[in-house]
Design a protein around this ligand. Sequence first.
Ligand code: 13P
Length: 251
Amino acid sequence: MRAKIVAGNWKMNKTLEEGLSLASEVVNMVADEVSGDVKVVLCTPSIYLHAVSKLVSGKVSVGAQNAYEKESGAYTGEVSPAMLATVGVKYVILGHSERREYFHETNAQLATRTDLVLKQGQTPIFCCGETLAQREKGIHLDFVKQQLTESLFHLSNEQITKVVIAYEPIWAIGTGVTASNDQAQEMHALLRAHLASKYGQSIADSISILYGGSCKPDNAQGLFACKDIDGGLIGGASLKARDFVDVIKSF
Ligand code: 13P
């Protein structure tokens, strides 16, 4: 049985006050309305993590949107997984396409970050996904497989089972264009087969693979019903408690 997970990525949005009120609303609504085994993660801007970690409970945990690949030292402006652990962070998004594009994060850096996040006992949410140009050229499947190979395939069998993967086609992020259920399922099945080729089928079957990219209340149900889709990484729709909780209830 794979864990069902819905993570909200707030990106660089909300004031502290707005963030705390959104987090409280989500915690209360999840407690009142969500039954069954689903894990909910609020990936807030790092400056709010400490405060939000104090008000989450039940099915809801906090996650960071990034972490650096060193434990400590002269890296002005960066935050390490070890530091995140001290403020109650349980999940860390790694390799979001916005980080790869604007901050030039590489597969090799993300491999090191994954190691450090795992060392802290946190769950990496490892993002992968192709551009529209890559999909149109027909190289999207190989491109996404390579992202996994270069950042994750050094992990042991035990370590890989602690990783969550998020497939986020870049052309679907913040655009209102969602991958169709078939497009998403095709990629998720391919990712699982790729994991199986390295780690064996039973380990591959235990790893949660989330979909991200314009996932919202009116399309989440169809996506989450696909065999290899185990939840979502939600941007825009995680900024309103009602929408986010409706996505969570789409299982
Ligand atoms: P949107 O849901 O706004 O498309 O963002 C998806 C995303 O990037 C989540 O990490």
